[in-house]
Design a protein around this ligand. Sequence first.
Ligand code: GLN
Length: 194
Amino acid sequence: MIGVLALQGNYSKHIEILDKLKISSCEVRYNNQLDEINGLIIPGGESTTMTDIMSRNNFYDKIQLFSQTKPILGTCAGLIMMAKSVLDKRVRPLEILDIEVDRNAYGRQIHSFVNKLPIKLEKDLETISVPFIRAPQITKVGKNVEIISNYNKNPVAVKSGIHMGLSFHPELNNITIFHDFVFIKQFNSKTYAA
Ligand code: GLN
């Protein structure tokens, strides 16, 4: 079972993607639910608000401990929350991915569709079309972080150990490859997420 952090933001589209992949899922609202899931999605939304709700509900230690053994996929604000450092100090990140992130760096209300983003997840290079919505820019990448896609020479998708962070929203374009990779394929298993 994969949990989608449902404190704030756009979590329901992730549940739909997991449904498409036949992965059972639940909405995570309390930190003790982390004991019952095999993977976590941190969705898009507003990272300052997420900081506030996660602090008040004691999610930080629980998610950090969870990340030592179980995979986390973050999209947009989720990527910001997974970073090691965020330029905007109102956000307290989880320090799961060794990256530095600049919020809203692609423009405040810019909502741009990017075509032909090259993605290298496994052996093959794929091209996908995904929306960036007030997206964060990844401004520094640590040495253990693998870049799986760049847009205009900036990294927009990264992987570190079993975790992945994306500055865009694959779930809004019904793209399943990232969820499939993080929760199933990287473990060579059909049952991991069941
Ligand atoms: N700009 C938002 C933030 O800083 C992220 C936007 C999104 O998740 N689509 O938290």
